[in-house]
Design a protein. Structure first.
Length: 79
């Protein structure tokens, strides 16, 4: 079962053939965000699909990394 009601939210190009696509949609009736590598316009197996709660945790962690505050401690998804 694939991503339903998929909506492309953004792209990050690495070069002429490789890019990361960020899509929002539903998987088994759960709202998810899919962040996946594409090569020559085709999805690869490299990527991650997270539900909205997981996305909030991921966003917090990435924000701390960008702010230079992450210690690399491998902490879990706890606030």
């Amino acid at each position: 079962m694939g991503l339903k009601d998929s909506e492309l939210k953004g792209r990050v190009a690495r070069n002429a053939t490789d890019e990361v696509r960020i899509e929002k949609g539903k998987y088994w009736n759960i709202e998810v965000v899919d962040i996946r590598w594409y090569k020559d316009g085709n999805p690869t197996s490299k990527g991650v699909r997270v539900n909205m709660k997981e996305l909030k945790h991921l966003n917090n962690i990435l924000g701390r990394i960008l702010d230079g505050e992450h210690s690399g401690s491998g902490e879990s998804n706890q606030e």
